[in-house]
Design a protein around this ligand. Structure first.
Ligand code: FAD
Length: 318
């Protein structure tokens, strides 16, 4: 089933979804099952699987010189999605990015997903590779997520890149996109970012999943602004608890989001890691309860392998 069909079927009840990362290369599918097994009691209607493009690393060769090589550390998104569907009978949502793909490669990836009965995709641009100062599309690839949305929409109409394909099979993808309550870091302001978010929706995206945030007022303002601009699709808040001290610096740095003063004040009162974790969990529970009370379609939890923490939060909310 499509993500939006799950929303319709829920008739205003808030759903729960989880996002998992493929294991590092050499890891097994069991890692994913171990992450998800304890969360299944909450009956998530769909599970997202992130996509990780190749990264540059420097490897020392026998000559003593370092060589810059590209490796994919977390392959397996499509395999994990189909495994989840077959093993649990739960829908999965592979993330699909522009970076590293030509349009032909994207088309072939979508054909594979269609043949595997995966009818959902979260369409993203992707970030710049490590050591690159800005995102650069593959030659013959897409520059922005909106272009990838358009390609999926064309395939949903049965139009493929080769114009001589007549009566091509119409795919039936439900298309999710990313949204940023605190704006995307490259955007000069929230209004500009929303302008481009609306372009993605106008191009055919069916729903939005947001970047994580720790201040619900940011999400509510963002949702209001979306509605004022005529963005009517469901907006799903993305949530992650802060559980470790270093995250108070790494999350703002890596995800370009703020941490509310009240939360940092609470954390500064303790030096004990267990007490800090409790503060983070309680904060996420409070966030979740308020969002649920406001009737969001779904609470989307970034698990990042920390099943026990997410399980505790969801158990306290649902
Ligand atoms: P876009 O929508 O293309 O926007 C990128 C920037 O360009 C924004 O600043 C926007 O305002 C601007 N812009 C958009 N269109 C135009 C235009 N036509 N002209 C000028 N400016 C424009 N990354 C991964 O690599 N793998 C994942 O699995 C993954 N999952 C994610 C899941 C979620 C829920 C979120 C929120 C992010 C995820 N990301 C993932 C990160 C994402 O790829 C990055 O945030 C990326 O930098 C932007 O992606 P986007 O799809 O929002 O890009």
């Amino acid at each position: 089933m499509k993500v939006t069909e799950h929303f319709e079927k829920a008739k205003g009840q808030t759903l729960i979804s989880f996002e998992v990362l493929p294991p590092l290369k050499g890891g097994s599918m069991q890692t994913i099952f171990d992450t998800l097994d304890p969360l299944l009691e909450f009956k998530p209607p769909f599970i997202d699987v992130t996509y990780h493009r190749e990264e540059f690393v420097y490897k020392m060769r026998d000559s003593g010189y370092y060589e810059k090589i590209a490796i994919r550390k977390r392959p397996g998104t499509v395999g994990i999605c189909t495994s989840i569907m077959h093993y649990y009978g739960i829908d999965s949502v592979p993330h699909l990015i522009c970076g590293g793909f030509t349009k032909e490669e994207t088309e072939n990836a979508l054909i594979d997903l269609n043949f595997l009965n995966v009818n959902n995709v979260l369409v993203l641009r992707g970030d710049a590779r490590r050591f690159d100062d800005k995102f650069t599309p593959e030659p013959g690839g897409h520059e922005y997520a909106v272009d990838l949305v358009k390609q999926v929409v064309e395939m949903n109409k049965g139009k493929y890149l080769e114009s001589n394909i007549e009566n091509g099979q119409k795919t039936d993808f439900c298309i999710g996109i990313a949204g940023y309550p605190e704006k995307h870091f490259e955007a000069p302001n929230l209004e500009s970012d929303l302008f481009y978010t609306k372009q993605k929706v106008d191009a055919g995206a069916h729903y939005i999943v947001t970047q994580m945030f720790f201040d619900n007022s940011k999400f509510f303002t963002y949702s209001d602004k979306c509605r004022e601009m005529g963005i009517q699709v469901p907006i799903v808040p993305g949530l992650k608890p802060l559980t470790k001290k270093y995250q108070f610096n790494s999350i703002p740095r890596n995800f370009h989001i703020g941490i509310p003063e009240e939360l940092t004040r609470e954390v500064e009162k303790t030096t004990k890691s267990e007490a800090l974790r409790e503060i983070g969990i309680e904060w996420c529970i409070a966030q979740s309860k308020e969002l649920k009370a406001r009737g969001v379609p779904c609470l989307h939890y970034y698990t990042m392998g920390d099943t026990e923490t997410i399980r505790r939060i969801v158990a306290a909310v649902f």
